[in-house]
Design a binder for this molecule. Structure first.
Ligand SMILES: *Cc1c(COP(=O)(O)O)cnc(C)c1O
Length: 349
């Protein structure tokens, strides 16, 4: 008896086709950082095969990904030493350049190197200022070993369609760049809602894994990870009796409870509230009491449930990870990347 996460290969291919339908002319850079948003690099072959590029955050991730594919890889953090530059070149990956420190390393290269320049258009996380960008562009263009593949920027508020920063950032990006360079701006939220932000490369992440940044607009995306766990025990409790640590939930009537073998040690969110849906035998049941390390307790109502039945925590048409995230005051990204290595990962059709 163990919790498992099955990774749907057809859903990955389907979601990639949704990206293509929203951005038919753009090249697709699939974001596979954080072990493919928690889905495991070993289990995302349709993305590896179907994307033009793959992007990860760290060199350690490039190293891992290189054992599986010869596809172009983009290193989002860029490099922080001569050794890292050498390593990135040896691994044949393209390097994001977002800070002057990095420009200095890159400019001393003795070998050909492909770079993506990242501009800060208002998010104020990573990226060159307008002035730094202008300086560095002329500087690096003069170096024949350096190939500027693309100029990129990242939205701060793309998941809020009407947020004024979207327009401000896009205008800023358009002012600084021109169609003479290849450009990239759109993450999943922008791919789904901002056609003007779709340039030469799009950078989908969460939508590939079947979660939407929007509550209403699911865009036909199919959940990729289905997280499930076995029913370990079923029991009746009576009015006035409590369930779980802290005795925080007390039954107001005779209640059937199922104990499910998954907890925060597996990555199920400890802050999931009472009432968070859990799908058992095709019925939505309600989480009750605190989430433990290895177990949760669920009010199963009238649903027929036996020990050994399977409960689905998320990744079904009836129960999306976005819903569980909402009940846990977080986002689907965090839940997906937090599934722990105690969970058994399985490739599914
Ligand atoms: C992770 C990431 C993305 C993808 O964002 P989603 O919201 O998951 O689509 C795009 N661009 C950059 C720079 C990122 O780091």
């Amino acid at each position: 008896m163990y919790a498992s996460a099955s990774i749907s290969q057809s859903a990955l291919a389907h979601n990639l086709s949704i990206v293509n339908s929203f951005a038919p002319k753009a090249n697709v850079v699939s974001m596979v950082k954080a072990n493919a948003y928690g889905h495991q690099l070993e289990l995302i072959q349709p993305l590896i095969d179907g994307s033009d590029l793959l992007a990860v955050s760290e060199l350690s991730e490039v190293l891992k990904l290189r054992t599986k594919t010869d596809k172009p890889i983009l290193l989002l953090s860029g490099i922080y030493s001569e050794d890292e530059l050498q390593c990135a070149i040896d691994l044949n990956c393209s390097i994001v350049v977002h800070h002057a420190t990095q420009i200095a390393f890159i400019n001393h290269t003795q070998q050909a190197v492909n770079i993506w320049l990242k501009i800060d258009t208002g998010m104020h996380r990573l990226g060159l200022s307008s002035q730094e960008y202008a300086d560095c562009l002329s500087n690096l263009q003069a170096n024949p070993l350096i190939n500027i593949e693309c100029v990129m920027s990242h939205f701060a508020c793309a998941d809020e369609v009407n947020h004024p920063m979207n327009t401000t950032q896009l205008n800023h990006f358009n002012e600084l760049t021109s169609s003479t360079t290849k450009r990239s701006m759109a993450n999943s939220a922008a791919i789904l809602t901002q056609t003007q932000a779709i340039f030469d490369f799009v950078r989908p992440g969460i939508m590939l894994y079947g979660a939407s940044p929007f509550e209403k607009n699911k865009a036909g995306l199919k959940p990729v990870m289905q997280l499930s766990a076995p029913v370990m025990s079923v029991k009746i409790i009576h009015a006035g009796e409590s369930v779980g640590y802290g005795a925080t939930w007390v039954a107001d009537q005779k209640t059937s409870i199922a104990i499910i073998g998954i907890g925060y040690g597996d990555g199920y969110p400890r802050h999931a509230k009472n009432g968070t849906p859990v799908l058992i035998n095709n019925s939505l049941c309600a989480l009750v009491g605190r989430v433990s390390m290895d177990m949760i307790c669920v009010d199963i109502g009238d649903t027929q449930v036996s020990v050994g039945d399977n409960a689905i925590l998320w990744g079904d048409k009836k129960l999306r990870v976005e819903t569980v995230a909402k009940y846990s005051d977080t986002i689907s990204y965090e839940l997906l990347t937090n599934v722990s290595n105690r969970v058994k990962f399985i490739s599914a059709t």
